[in-house]
Design a protein around this ligand. Structure first.
Ligand SMILES: C[S@@+](CC[C@H](N)C(=O)[O-])C[C@H]1O[C@@H](n2cnc3c(N)ncnc32)[C@H](O)[C@@H]1O
Length: 220
């Protein structure tokens, strides 16, 4: 199974720890205000929600707390992430977590059966995103939402300053290694990819300098 070992030299465990440590800042109140205003109005009372590349499962836990009638699924290619998600305690219904590679396996959901697919900081690592986007479109219900949250290109100086000031990295080696990974797509590139695969963008917002969020829907 591929892991993040090859990306920026971080082991699966380091990536897991970083995802957990940065979760509150990445998914704070501004994120949930966006979800409340631009996603929730499109969801039925008991939505099916899928998080692709769910990492340690914390976003699904947060969705479960806000939408207790939802049925939740988390998929990730890294066994350590799935194990962490399964070990979380849940106030409401526990999500189904499964080991899954979105580049080689179809999603285990029938066409038109999912109301919200979330993908956060994952699609940029996929070599060929078109087939993954097509599969997301297949499983989405009419009027369903694809919530894409991913890195956008920044100037090198800004990216290195962010790693130094926010992540507290004193050496620039990892920053130079990860720059091409995290700065692969512009906002316009993401918009183009979504349009190419039959999505209409209903809303987009940049909550942080490094990331853009798109609320997309299958085009009619
Ligand atoms: C940067 S982490 C983000 C995790 C989580 N979405 C979050 O924001 O906390 C990227 C995640 O994508 C997963 N991933 C990478 N390639 C994948 C693939 N082909 N199929 C499924 N998951 C994948 C990794 O294992 C990792 O957990």
């Amino acid at each position: 199974m591929p892991t993040h070992q090859s990306i920026g030299g971080a082991s699966d465990d380091e990536l897991l720890q970083r995802m957990v440590a940065t979760h509150p800042e990445r998914f704070g109140e501004p994120y949930w205000e966006l979800v409340t205003a631009h996603v929730a109005p499109h969801l039925p009372p008991s939505p099916v929600i899928v998080d692709l590349g769910c990492g340690p499962g914390l976003l699904l836990r947060d969705f479960g707390e806000r939408y207790p009638a939802a049925t939740l699924y988390g998929y990730d290619v890294t066994a350590a992430m799935i194990a962490r998600g399964r070990a979380l305690s849940f106030t409401w219904a526990k999500p189904t977590f499964a080991l899954h590679d979105v580049t080689t396996q179809p999603l285990p959901h029938s066409a038109g059966s999912v109301h919200l697919v979330s993908m956060s900081s994952v699609l940029h690592v996929i070599d060929e995103p078109l087939s993954v986007l097509a599969e997301i479109r297949r499983v989405l219900a009419p009027g369903g939402i694809f919530l894409l949250h991913d890195w956008i290109r920044q100037p090198l100086a800004a990216y290195l300053a962010w790693r130094r000031d926010i992540l507290g990295e004193s050496q620039t080696g990892r920053g130079y290694r990860l720059f091409p990974v995290h700065n692969k797509y512009t906002t316009e590139d993401w918009r183009w990819l979504l349009a190419e695969t039959g999505f209409t963008i209903r809303y987009q917002q940049q909550l942080r300098a490094s990331h853009q969020i798109f609320v997309a829907m299958p085009a009619l």
